[in-house]
Design a protein around this ligand. Structure first.
Ligand code: ZN
Length: 238
């Protein structure tokens, strides 16, 4: 690794609503921003497919960000679907499991994502790592908790002898407030882009278009996105 650059950020960008807002947040703060996504054998490839479209549209709609959006990386984490037994990678029902966590929970997924993002950041000389994990409107994922991320930052910095900063701009925001943050960062243009070009639905549905974007409208991810949109709508005069 060369000297670590304080102005370089890497954003964990899945193609979903939250990580898209994080990307705009990083662009509002750091001169150069790279992105990383993970292919972990998702039930559908939609999130991965929309990533490139969103990046291209973002560059087009925001010329001031165009030159500052740097390399996009896609890392293969197929090992997660080898371990299996989750509704995100298999045809399983979305429900609460016996452990009290949703069947969409992939144990340790965010720990792996962040650790790998750290390995990549080390190689790229990036110090700032940005992730859209969130403890509010919490889907019950323990690896999204603030304490988990803070302890992981310490572990990564000890284990790699670095001083990464893990940024979690959405940690205490509701889904409605996340839409509000998007508006703050990029106005209606960014909000519209996130509605149209990001994907959240667990089932990969791009056929049904709602006010809040595409999705089946009934899976837990769609329900959260729809509720957040409704809260956002009632909080702003558009
Ligand atoms: Zn859905």
């Amino acid at each position: 690794m060369g000297k670590m650059d304080h102005s370089q950020a890497i954003v964990l960008f899945s193609g979903g609503q939250d990580s898209a807002v994080c990307l705009a947040w990083a662009l509002s703060r750091f001169p150069y921003v790279e992105t990383v996504g993970f292919d972990y054998g998702q039930r559908h490839k939609v999130e991965l497919e929309v990533r490139q479209g969103f990046l291209a549209s973002l560059k087009e709609a925001f010329p001031q960000w165009r030159e500052r959006i740097k390399e996009d990386h896609l890392l293969d984490l197929g090992v997660l679907s080898d371990i299996g037994e989750t509704a995100l990678t298999e045809e399983r029902a979305f429900a609460m499991g016996e452990d009290g966590l949703p069947t969409t929970f992939v144990p340790g997924r965010n720990l792996l994502f962040l650790t790998l993002a750290g390995s990549l950041s080390y190689r790229r000389g990036c110090r700032q790592i940005v992730t859209g994990v969130c403890e509010t409107d919490f889907s019950g994922y323990p690896d999204c908790r603030d304490d988990t991320i803070k302890s992981l930052q310490v572990s990564m910095n000890l284990g790699m002898a670095t001083n990464f900063v893990l940024h979690t701009p959405l940690m205490w925001l509701t889904k409605g407030e996340t839409w509000g943050l998007a508006r703050e960062l990029g106005g209606e243009t960014l909000v519209d882009l996130i509605v149209e070009e990001t994907h959240t639905c667990y089932l990969g549905d791009r056929e049904h278009r709602h006010d809040w974007g595409y999705g089946c409208g009934t899976c837990p991810a769609c329900e959260l996105r729809a509720q957040g949109w409704e809260a956002y709508q009632s909080s702003v005069q558009r």
